[in-house]
Write a protein of this length. Structure first.
Length: 381
């Protein structure tokens, strides 16, 4: 039963009704404001998602989730995939066939789905690589602690990675996805260029914010040329970098504008503002969240994310007993959604553990919510 069929049979509880309003963004028509947040799963051996991955995403799409953002999918570059033994890519016929099946299954139940495209950069060093693997690349060879882990990227390598993102975007379009998300957050390659700690370059890609954002802008522009004017491009960004949760991409709204405005001009349609707690003010002197500032600065549609539906900060959720919240921040969430602080709401671990989470919120069946536990990370419910 897909979302439309469900909606014909029942209306959402009044206090959560804003979450279940439809939204049209260009040619992207979503049946609810709930987005499945991208979460690494590791169930795609040699880059190939199997039928169980398709079933995993379909189960969410048929339960009131308006947009699925997949786990990160590595672009076609030899240093992109952090975990090539288990994480997906588009690099083989088998992988592309697997993703085509995923897309078809989500569309079959009336859902929309986009892949999150990624290059891990120096974060690839956090996972053991197979023998003979190419050295990891990054803007300055520095990890999130500022420690030397490799050599700075050459201009030729920069051009190659930009093209690889564009190639992946085109592949996503050809496979029938409804758009793409570029992973510019959490200390991966695009974010490594954006953040001054990991970008110590002295050429046109380093130094000022305008220079540090250049790499991301070139990727957006290349993807836009590859897919045309009407294919949605989402850009995910964050203040924090894994595992440096106190990191700052921007220290005030003016600096954030220097990052986001060029990306909007380059072709980003939707910004995905990743925070630890969606309700917290981004900067002193204003109650606006990071998502709220992104919308205010760019005028673009924005996705908020950060511990939605959880009892506490998502980073604490690997302790025993951590669980999904039955009420928690729902009233704050819907109030801010109604006030147009943001347009869409991404839900991560609560949906990971319970594929019917959105349907249960819709129906007011809070006592039926399945609690998130750490072991859910290792399963495909």
């Amino acid at each position: 039963m897909n979302f439309t069929e469900n909606n014909m049979q029942s209306q959402p509880k009044q206090d959560v009704a804003p979450l279940f309003q439809s939204l049209k963004l260009g040619k992207l028509e979503l049946s609810s404001r709930i987005v499945m947040s991208p979460m690494a799963r590791g169930f795609s051996p040699d880059g190939v998602p199997g039928p169980e991955v398709a079933d995993y995403y379909r189960r969410r799409a048929e339960q009131y989730v308006g947009l699925i953002i997949t786990e990160n999918v590595s672009i076609p570059h030899p240093t992109a995939n952090q975990d090539p033994a288990n994480s997906p890519d588009f690099n083989s016929e088998a992988a592309r066939a697997g993703w085509k099946h995923v897309v078809d299954e989500v569309h079959r139940v009336g859902g929309k789905i986009i892949p999150q495209l990624i290059h891990a950069g120096i974060a690839r060093e956090n996972v053991p690589q197979p023998a003979g693997a190419a050295p990891s690349i990054s803007p300055s060879g520095l990890d999130v602690y500022g420690e030397v882990k490799g050599e700075p990227m050459t201009l030729q390598q920069i051009r190659e990675v930009v093209q690889a993102f564009a190639d992946a975007a085109l592949q996503a379009q050809q496979l029938g996805f409804d758009g793409i998300e570029l992973h510019g957050a959490h200390g991966y390659l695009i974010d490594q260029f954006l953040w001054e700690t990991t970008n110590q370059r002295t050429d046109e890609y380093g130094g000022s914010i305008a220079n540090r954002v250049r790499f991301a802008v070139e990727i957006v522009e290349a993807c836009r040329r590859a897919v045309g004017p009407d294919f949605p491009i989402v850009f995910r960004f964050s203040q924090w970098k894994y595992p440096v949760y106190t990191a700052k991409l921007a220290y005030d709204a003016e600096q954030l504008a220097e990052v986001l405005q060029p990306l909007a001009a380059a072709g980003v349609d939707i910004f995905h503002a990743s925070t630890r707690r969606f309700w917290e003010p981004a900067f002193e002197g204003s109650p606006l969240s990071l998502a709220g500032w992104a919308k205010h600065i760019t005028g673009k549609a924005v996705i908020t994310v950060g511990s939605v539906g959880l009892k506490q900060d998502f980073t604490e959720f690997f302790a025993a007993g951590a669980s999904a919240d039955q009420q928690g921040s729902m009233s704050v969430l819907t109030e801010r959604l109604q006030s147009h602080e943001f347009d869409l709401v991404a839900v991560g671990r609560a949906l990971l553990a319970d594929p019917e989470w959105a349907a249960k919120i819709h129906d007011g069946r809070l006592d039926e919510l399945k609690p998130f536990q750490a072991e859910a990370v290792g399963k495909l419910y």
